[in-house]
Design a protein around this ligand. Structure first.
Ligand code: MOS
Length: 756
């Protein structure tokens, strides 16, 4: 960039700019939206798990007080299925036939003046099902594997042969449970039609996706569709795509000609917004006696529902993980009678890294090496799948500094060798990585005559701190004090932004915000450079520095003018420009994943050099296991993280803590359970246990590494990196504490009880 930017706020620890709104209860989440004339909808969901609706009687419901519409497969219009989105499927349009594919499938939406009237009416609907035996297990003879074009097999060298000839071999099978995103904010949709124009408030990570999908399904011009979500309420991947209930709410509004609001119940959250499907993974490792990996084979099977598509990247990280000449991976999916899965907190990476990093820990015992030393020995100096350089990689610093901070050297190698009173103490660690993902993004920026700046983009802030870090970035790029900068998002009328997903929005949106702010400064420079009245006359972009709400000639504080002065002199209220990111690589998921299932390298805009960009971390965990009760406590975690440039250490640290909390939940508690008929039994936060404050104790976050040179803002992604690797680090620590290797998540008490 040519303009000299003074990094005054970026890199400093800042409170959330939206913190006060949230604390005061004035942040508007979709669940808070109320429109004039708005009526309420509730969903009726299938209690059958497979089969068809034989008979449905809704007349009593239709006659019930306050009821405006009862929409079922018998009276719903035929709706088309929207095309695949970059992150996978669009939902099957709901209520299109009598077929029941899973428990909790929507079978009716009931609209009434009040939510209670809608609930009462829903209870009056009579349904008779024709039940079929659901397909619930991978070994059901009716199943067959689905190989997804977006997750193709991978191979380099000859892993099978190298395994056979290896000095040391590890063969192990790992399983991960079905998990369900449980954000505190219940997913809500409010839809209002005005002719063919649609306004929709929706819990989503992608307003532009909601707009385009609904325009397609209802056959209207996307220009007339506007989606809002200024505050999300948590999503963790559940808001990356639209869901059938969003289509149904929009349909209900169209049929009743009233604004309609739908709020999912907590129980419906378990069947309606996706989940992390369960997996079985077989890992085969071969190594020399000195611990150098010679072969890695990773084969995974994960669950898919009967009708949807989703990319599952379980084996995706394995080819890039270690310097190993022979690697093969294969990911298959099996269709079961389960609710539609979806993205959840480091989807695929979280499960895959559990298996790989557990297996590497097992190898450390097989070769008699410290698990940290084993990983250092197998560190990949270059991107192992291609031999290209890393754009930046401070993983060795993560290992060393993390170990130092944790006190890893106090670990005695033998399992069951460390104790604290009646508690068994275990130290475990794992490596984590996440390929940087920075798709194209647009923004718009204005500076007004009062000296304030307003920058916006149709992105979202799912709680990660997007409002805050983008306000900081814009303040520095424009040289406007942060109190005078406002950042707007969550509105599809704003320039197109990608989902807040793949831990990539800070980079993608940051690139767009930076590029747009530079264009805005350029617009001011082009005005004053020919202006006799300006002290900046004759200046070019490369001559200037932005600060104190204006522009100065670099090194000459006397030649300075505020934006407000310039606007006043030209008689302008504001200058506004639109801009878009210089995309550092071909990183739209569709192209990226289609190419052999791997991310393509980034290209440095200035030099044309190609390299792989990724974020790295080393997680160190101490667990305490009660010998008598089997209870497992994560006593402390040290995470050393190389995520490139950290825009705001406070919100970034919060991201890591949040990811670790998710990792502890996945490791120890979270399991979505069905009964033998395929009905979900964990339908509340009492039954589906997530990590609470008492489970997340001492978390120490260490940022190492440098800003990445390949991306405009130097970031590499934070959130999902924190979850990735934590379940393995905990499992490895449990093994070190107890001598019991638990290869299936969650590590419930009964899996160590009696063995501890
Ligand atoms: Mo994340 S699962 O990419 O929202």
């Amino acid at each position: 960039m040519s303009t000299a930017t003074v990094a005054e706020v970026v890199g400093t620890a800042r409170d959330r700019v939206d913190g006060r709104l949230k604390v005061m209860g004035t942040a508007t989440y979709p669940i808070d939206v109320a429109l004039p004339g708005m009526v309420h909808a509730v969903l009726l969901q299938s209690t059958a798990t497979s089969g068809r609706i034989r008979h449905m009687a809704s007349d009593a419901a239709e006659r019930a007080p306050g009821v405006l519409a009862v929409i079922t497969h018998l009276n719903a219009p035929r709706l088309p299925r929207a095309p695949m989105t970059p992150i996978g499927a669009s939902p099957m349009p709901p209520l299109q036939s009598d077929a029941i594919l899973h428990y909790g499938q929507h079978v009716a939406i009931i609209v009434a003046e009040t939510v209670f009237q809608a609930q009462e009416a829903a209870a009056l609907i009579e349904i008779t099902y024709e039940h079929q035996t659901p397909v619930l297990a991978f070994d059901d003879p009716r199943t067959y594997p689905v190989f997804h074009e977006w997750t193709p097999d991978y191979a380099r060298g000859d892993a099978t042969r190298a395994l056979t000839g290896a000095d040391v071999q590890v063969y192990a099978t790992y399983t991960t449970a079905r998990n369900t995103n449980s954000p505190i904010g219940l997913f809500a949709t409010v839809a209002a039609w005005d002719g063919d124009a649609l306004t929709v408030h929706d819990t989503t990570q992608w307003p532009h996706g909601v707009r385009e999908s609904l325009a397609f399904v209802f056959g209207v011009d996307p220009a007339g569709v506007r989606a809002f979500v200024p505050f999300v309420g948590g999503a963790f991947g559940a808001g990356l795509r639209i869901w059938p209930h969003v289509i149904l709410t929009t349909l209900a509004a169209r049929m009743t000609k009233r604004p309609v609001k739908l709020v999912l119940t907590r129980a419906q959250m378990f069947t309606s917004i996706g989940h992390r499907p369960n997996s079985v993974q077989r890992l085969s490792l071969g190594a020399n006696r000195d611990g150098r990996l010679t072969a890695v084979e990773h084969v995974s099977t994960s669950a898919l529902d009967m009708a949807d598509e989703m990319i599952n990247l379980i084996t995706h990280g394995t080819s890039d993980a270690y310097a190993c000449p022979n690697v093969s991976t294969r990911a298959t999916q099996i269709r079961l009678s389960i609710p539609v899965p979806g993205s959840m907190r480091a989807p695929g990476e979280a499960e895959g890294s559990f298996a790989l990093e557990s297996a590497v820990d097992e190898l450390s015992y097989a070769v008699g090496l410290d698990p940290l030393e084993l990983r250092i020995r197998n560190y990949a100096q270059v991107h192992p799948a291609t031999g290209l350089p890393w754009s930046s990689n401070a993983l060795l610093d993560c290992y060393r500094q993390g170990a130092e901070r944790f006190g890893w050297s106090a670990r005695t190698p033998q399992p069951r060798s460390m104790r604290s009173g009646h508690l068994l103490v275990g130290y475990g660690m794992a490596r984590a990585a996440l390929i940087a993902y920075q798709p194209a993004c647009k923004a718009i920026a204005s500076i007004r005559r009062d000296g304030t700046a307003f920058v916006r983009s149709g992105a979202t802030d799912i709680g990660t701190g997007t409002y805050t870090v983008m306000t900081m970035l814009a303040a520095d790029c424009l040289g406007v004090p942060i109190e005078r900068v406002q950042f707007g998002l969550g509105d599809s009328a704003m320039p197109k932004a990608p989902q807040e997903g793949g831990s990539g929005l800070t980079g993608a949106l940051g690139n767009a915000v930076e590029a747009t702010c530079i264009e805005l400064v350029r617009a001011f420079v082009s005005r004053v450079t020919d202006d006799d009245a300006s002290p900046l006359k004759g200046c070019r972009m490369e001559d200037i520095t932005v600060r104190n709400g204006g522009i100065q000639i670099t090194g000459d504080p006397a030649r300075f003018e505020t934006y407000a002065e310039i606007l006043t002199r030209f008689g302008l209220d504001e200058i506004t420009v639109e801009g878009e990111s210089a995309t550092p690589g071909e990183t739209s998921p569709a192209t990226v994943i289609a190419r052999a299932g791997r991310f393509v390298p980034f290209t440095a805009p200035s030099t044309g050099a190609r390299a792989y960009a990724g974020a790295f971390a080393a997680h160190f965990v101490e667990v305490h296991v009660d010998q008598d009760l089997g209870t497992i406590r994560v006593a402390r975690v040290v995470s050393a993280v190389d995520a490139g440039r950290i825009l705001n250490p406070k919100t970034a640290r919060s991201q890591i803590i949040g990811g670790i909390a998710g990792g502890i939940g996945m490791a120890l508690f979270e399991e979505t359970v069905s009964d033998r008929s395929g009905r979900l039994v964990t339908l509340s936060l009492a039954d589906y246990v997530v990590a609470a404050n008492a489970d997340v104790r001492d978390v120490d976050v260490l940022f190492v590494g440098q800003p990445d040179s390949m991306t405009a803002v130097g970031t590499k992604g934070v959130g999902e990196l924190a979850l990735t690797g934590i379940p393995a680090a905990i499992a490895n620590a449990v093994h070190h504490a107890t001598g019991t290797r638990v290869r299936s998540l969650p590590i419930a008490i009964e899996k160590v009880l009696g063995q501890a």
